[in-house]
Design a protein around this ligand. Structure first.
Ligand code: ADP
Length: 504
């Protein structure tokens, strides 16, 4: 290591007489001193360096071969490269002059940097001829790093959009950035040295005492929304974050305060609240309107249906008019179902969709569904695989509504198929009912949305009539029965809608 590299018998000048050979102990001191030190002969060849120099350079120069400096690369403080032949040590040897504390940047082979102040001095012989030079390098990298970090932080504070201020523990403002002067309307010289209460509306002065108490305990106050007062008397809504400032010994000496102007946010929030309230009341009006309108629509419709059914009884079955009365009844029934669904939606909205729970023989439910679904399609055949004969507690009409909805969807969304399968089974005290079709299916990413109110898969808009409320009502009814709906589907292949409800 560097101890082997002692070359040259004397490094000597009239003024600074250092005789390495004469004193082994001096040699050892130079080698082991934590300050980087090296020497060159008259031609500039490095002939001695210590461990600290080696550490600073991040490399070991070759004794007697390398010139002027052991650095891999040297640069000016502004990072422009410094030619080796005009480095301070080279100039000292050429000019016979000493330099005091020239700042240079050293780049090491691992590409890291060190900053040093260098103090090269010539060594003269008795005839005052330069016979060499020695150089002391003081590593100031840490100092420079702190300075550059501080400069960076200062810039961040300076150009921050948030007002940043500091105050001491008595609440006296000690500094502020540009955003603070813009936000509060005071120049730094007008506000520094004043109490922070200058910026606090009178009715909120107690807040500051509380904040200072918290800060003194070393606690931070985060995102505290309050009001502050500008020089022109205008109030501004701010969100404050106040943090303790500690000195080197960890003692709290003040607080930093970051204030963000949240006036726009606060007024936007107020507006949003107001809009939400208005929307809620509009929604209630809408629900009430829908409920009343549906009732009003249903009454004449029911009468019309009854009249047509009466009329049908007076017409011969073979007569053309009979078929027309049947078609009219069918259309009115569809309209009635639609109105019923809209009424149900209003009830769900109002939290008033109640089920009348009683003991239900499930096979009766199935029978009714089978009858009401028949007229919907002449093409589709309904295959029922029923393994049960179960009775359960539920609302008979609502359960019929659920199955009718699933069956009518199965028929509607499988225009090219000719069958729908209905499976009923009981497992672990649960009734499991599946309706399977071989129709258009549902894209995978849409399945989870099907039960949302008014949701319809876009591709079905144009081809199939509907309001997108059937499955929403279905899930609501199942919820009342403590049950759930499962949907499996493959686009182009078909779907299976399964509901599960506990029997007890
Ligand atoms: P509607 O059928 O009146 O639109 P639903 O709430 O019953 O309302 O169904 C919502 C949407 O789910 C339908 O618009 C359709 O896009 C899709 N859907 C429901 N059942 C099926 C099915 N068996 N096959 C394919 N898509 C279906």
């Amino acid at each position: 290591m560097s101890q082997d590299f002692i070359v040259g018998d004397q490094i000597e000048s009239p003024s600074e007489r250092i005789s390495i050979q004469a004193s082994e102990s001096l040699k050892s001191i130079l080698l082991n001193t934590p300050i980087a030190f090296y020497t060159c002969d008259a031609e500039g060849h490095i002939n001695f360096f210590n461990k600290a120099a080696e550490d600073l350079w991040g490399r070991t120069p070759v004794i007697g071969k390398e010139l002027w400096c052991g650095s891999w690369k040297i640069l000016y403080p502004d990072n422009t490269p410094m030619p080796l032949e005009i480095c301070p040590m080279a100039l000292t040897l050429q000019l016979g002059e000493r330099f005091e504390g020239v700042e240079v940047k050293i780049q090491r082979p691992d590409l890291s940097y060190r900053t040093a102040r260098v103090y090269p001095k010539p060594i003269f012989d008795e005839k005052n001829q330069v016979v060499g030079a020695h150089n002391t390098l003081i590593d100031i990298s840490a100092e420079r790093e702190v300075e550059s970090t501080q400069a960076l932080l200062a810039n961040i504070i300076k150009y921050s959009d948030d007002a940043i201020m500091s105050k001491d523990l008595t609440g006296i403002i000690t500094s502020c950035n540009e955003a603070a002067t813009t936000m509060f309307g005071y120049l730094p010289e007008e506000i520094i040295g004043k109490s922070i209460k200058t910026l606090i509306p009178k009715n909120r002065h107690k807040e500051e005492d509380k904040i200072l108490e918290q800060i003194s305990r070393g606690e931070q106050v985060r995102h505290y929304e309050t009001e502050r007062i500008r020089k022109d008397g205008r109030l501004i809504a701010v969100s404050l974050t106040v943090s303790p400032i500690k000195n080197k010994n960890g003692v709290i000496i003040g607080a930093s305060k970051i204030a963000r102007d949240v006036s726009e946010l606060v007024s936007a929030r107020k507006k949003l609240k107001q809009y939400t309230k208005e929307l809620e009341s509009l929604n209630t009006y809408k629900d009430e309107f829908m409920s009343i309108a549906s009732h009003e629509l249903k009454t004449p419709l029911t009468s019309a249906k009854a009249y047509i059914q009466l009329l049908a009884k007076t017409v011969e079955h073979s007569h053309k008019g009979f078929e027309l009365t049947q078609r009219s009844v069918h259309s009115i029934t569809r309209l009635e179902n639609l109105i019923d669904n809209l009424l149900d939606i209003s009830k769900i909205q109002a939290g008033k969709l109640h089920c009348k729970m009683e003991t239900v023989v499930f096979n009766d439910v199935l029978k009714n569904c089978q009858e009401s679904i028949q007229p919907l399609s002449t093409k589709h055949r309904l295959f029922i695989n029923n393994e049960t004969d179960v009775s359960l507690t539920g609302d008979k009409l609502r359960l019929e509504q659920v199955i009718n909805n699933l069956l009518s969807n199965a028929i509607k969304y499988s225009p090219n198929a000719d069958r729908v399968d209905l499976t009923v089974k009981c497992e672990l005290n649960n009734l499991i009912v599946s309706v399977q079709d071989y129709g258009i299916g549902v894209p995978h990413d849409k399945i989870e949305h099907l039960i949302e109110r008014y949701y319809r898969v876009e591709t079905t808009y144009m081809r199939f009539p509907g309001l997108g409320i059937g499955l929403h009502i279905t899930t609501e009814i199942l919820k009342q029965h403590h049950g759930k709906l499962l949907i499996e589907s493959k686009e182009g292949e078909g779907s299976t809608f399964t509901f599960i409800i506990p029997i007890k």
